[in-house]
Unconditional design. Structure first.
Length: 207
């Protein structure tokens, strides 16, 4: 049992506590500055550099590919134009057959076919080259028929010409697929020829 003095002290402490005078020392507040997250910074910079390097590699890799592709097309078109001249010349003179002239045209065309077979081709154009060879071989068949026939069978000739049109269209389509793959800009003209751009230079080919 508390004495009178102890009760008085207890009462005074309770009054002080009630009035807010009795309190603990304020706790020390420590402000920690935020740490710089170097790992995040390095990751962002690294990814950025990686994309930059990949973009440079793509540019360097694609430019030679398109240049090689263009060189092939130019050479192919030289053979294509010469082949058409030989075939058209034989067709135009079919009514007045000159065996010597036709045999020479046939021999010259056979040389063109051999040159096409030997022509180096970019990897992406291997399928197209096979299509182009079929075009050349179809023209060779037309020349051979005109050369070896005493009289031209126009029904058979028209059949061969129709097959030639189909094969030429297939060759053009396989080349345009490679243009799409290599992201070469091109435009189809009304006359059936194709205009395309490589390194901002305009080129054109037809069948």
């Amino acid at each position: 049992m508390l004495t009178t003095a102890q009760q008085k002290v207890k009462q005074e402490l309770e009054e002080l506590k009630a009035n807010g005078c009795y309190h603990r020392h304020d706790e020390e507040i420590i402000v920690v500055p935020p740490k710089t997250n170097f790992s995040v910074i390095f990751t962002v910079v690294g990814v950025g550099l990686l994309f930059l390097i990949l973009a440079i590699i793509v540019i360097i890799y694609r430019a030679p590919n398109q240049k090689e592709l263009n060189e092939y097309i130019i050479k192919e078109q030289e053979y294509n134009q010469e082949s058409m001249k030989l075939m058209v010349g034989a067709y135009d003179g079919a009514d007045q057959i000159d065996i010597g002239r036709l045999k020479l045209a046939n021999a010259n065309h056979a040389d063109l076919v051999l040159n096409v077979k030997k022509m180096p081709v970019p990897t992406g154009l291997k399928a197209h080259k096979q299509d182009f060879l079929r075009v050349m071989e179809q023209r060779a068949a037309i020349l051979t028929m005109i050369t070896e026939s005493k009289a031209v069978n126009y029904i058979q000739l028209n059949k061969l010409l129709l097959e030639l049109d189909i094969k030429q269209e297939m060759a053009k389509e396989s080349l345009l697929r490679e243009f799409d793959r290599e992201k070469v800009k091109y435009k189809l003209n009304e006359d059936g020829s194709v205009q395309y751009w490589i390194n901002r230079e305009s080129h054109q080919f037809g069948w």
